[in-house]
Design a protein around this ligand. Structure first.
Ligand code: CTP
Length: 423
């Protein structure tokens, strides 16, 4: 998901009251982009920084970006009782960055500034995007505070890994603003809370298209953007799963924070990676658009156009990774794997409509769930929203109304979780 693509999610979202809390870390500058995304999507955004946050970014910047006044203390504008009203009226509170200190104060129910007072009065979804040094993130005090907050239904994102302030690297980086925005928007769309029901599960997700080389310069590929698979990986982490994302090339998407990413290019590389990582997986979700065929041979040097008509390119069949995973599971090679999910992008034709083709595909592939998208006319590929159905092997068919790919991912995981807990 790129910043420009997410800034407005496929048309105007209903205007909601969004509070962006900012605590005092160097990553506070990234909150500016986050405020902008919510404001550009048409929401009424109030920024509540802590006093320390204002050491990094001035109130004037947040006022200009949100179009609303900025206060930090409970003794400003007391006649409006903002320390109670802002939280009560909010549809979503996002705190980014959430420092170790802010998480500790929130976990202990402190109300010593406007942000923590707001967190106590809010009854809407609350999302924390932590940012701190690795030692602070991994300290048992912080782990306990995060567990306390998650136990109350609050979403605390996994921090990203990478370069921190200074020379050190490790988990503790603030997730990218577009990722936080995508998750926050999903919470606004999804009326019910996001459960942490995948804790202790391992989920393998494939995403994106594959590239089948013809020569050192050219390949056969497809239009898959990887957005739906990335969204599934992102949401599975937020629900507590350990997630491995097997990603096709060049999606240009932000890596979901807290996810192990394995990059592959061809269908065969994807097959090998899925085999390797699904050994102990509880759930395998094949969202990738895998090429069914590849050129029978790859030229060592660039194929020249020559003077005459072009040669035909002979193709050979690639393995069906999804069908193979089902087969391996059914043979007992994947003892932990309980739910396998396939995807189908379909158009209707003279042989039947989208659902007719999808039902046949579900039977053919043998997986527990099949996510079906109707494609064509701008639907499904390269856009941020999606709609479709989830079909189960048992015969249930659930419509997935139009919504963001993050919302769709959360609904897919609802269905996965229901099967995991069905016994
Ligand atoms: N898939 C796979 N390996 C392949 C092709 C597809 O694992 N070589 C998976 C995809 O990841 C997806 C599902 O199979 O989850 C459906 O893919 P699709 O291409 O629609 O299925 P096909 O069997 O190729 O059917 P069609 O005849 O419609 O192309």
């Amino acid at each position: 998901m790129s910043a420009t693509e997410t800034a407005v999610v496929d048309g105007a979202a209903p205007r909601k009251r969004v509070i962006v809390g900012v605590s005092g870390g160097i990553a506070a500058y990234k909150a500016c982009a986050l405020v902008r995304y919510f404001a550009e999507a048409g929401h009424d955004v109030r920024v509540i920084p802590t006093n320390s946050a204002l050491e990094f970014i001035g109130a004037a910047t947040f006022e200009a970006l949100s179009g609303n006044p900025v206060h930090t203390g409970v003794f400003e504008n007391v006649h409006e009782v903002p320390h109670v009203r802002l939280g009560q009226e909010a549809d979503l509170v996002v705190v980014a960055p959430a420092t170790a200190d802010l998480l500790a104060r929130a976990a202990h129910g402190r109300a010593d500034d406007l942000l923590t007072a707001t967190l106590l009065t809010a009854r809407c979804p609350v999302l924390f995007a932590p940012a701190m040094h690795t030692e602070m993130w991994e300290h048992p005090a912080t782990s306990d505070n995060v567990a306390t907050l998650r136990g109350r239904g609050v979403i605390v994102m996994e921090p990203a890994s990478g370069r921190l302030t200074g020379e050190d690297t490790g988990p503790g980086r603030l997730p990218e603003a577009d990722e936080i925005y995508g998750l926050g928007s999903m919470l606004l769309e999804r009326a019910d809370a996001l459960p942490r029901d995948l804790t202790g599960s391992k989920v393998v997700v494939s995403a994106g298209g594959t590239r089948e080389p013809l020569d050192p310069v050219r390949f056969l590929g497809n239009r898959s953007s990887g957005k739906q698979g990335y969204a599934v990986a992102r949401l599975a982490v937020q629900r507590g799963a350990k997630v491995t994302l097997i990603a096709g090339p060049a999606t240009g998407l932000t890596d979901p924070a807290g996810v192990e990413i394995v990059r592959v290019s061809t269908a065969e590389e994807m097959r090998i990676a899925v085999r390797k990582h699904s050994d102990d997986a509880d759930v395998v979700i094949m969202a990738a658009a895998v090429a069914d065929f590849r050129p029978a041979s790859v030229a060592e040097s660039k194929i020249k156009k020559g003077a005459g008509e072009p040669d035909m390119i002979p193709l050979v069949r690639n393995a069906d990774i999804l069908a193979e995973t089902v087969e391996r599971r059914d043979e007992g090679a994947l003892p932990a794997t309980r739910v396998i999910v396939g995807f189908a992008a379909e158009t209707g034709d003279e042989h039947g409509d989208v659902l007719t083709h999808a039902r046949a595909k579900l039977k053919r592939k043998g997986c527990e769930l099949l996510v079906v998208n109707a494609v064509g006319e701008g639907k499904a590929f390269e856009v941020d929203s999606n709609m479709g159905w989830i079909l189960s092997r048992e015969g249930s068919e659930k419509a997935l109304p139009l919504g963001s790919k993050n919302l769709m991912a959360s609904r897919i995981l609802d269905a996965v979780s229901a099967l995991l807990y069905a016994g």
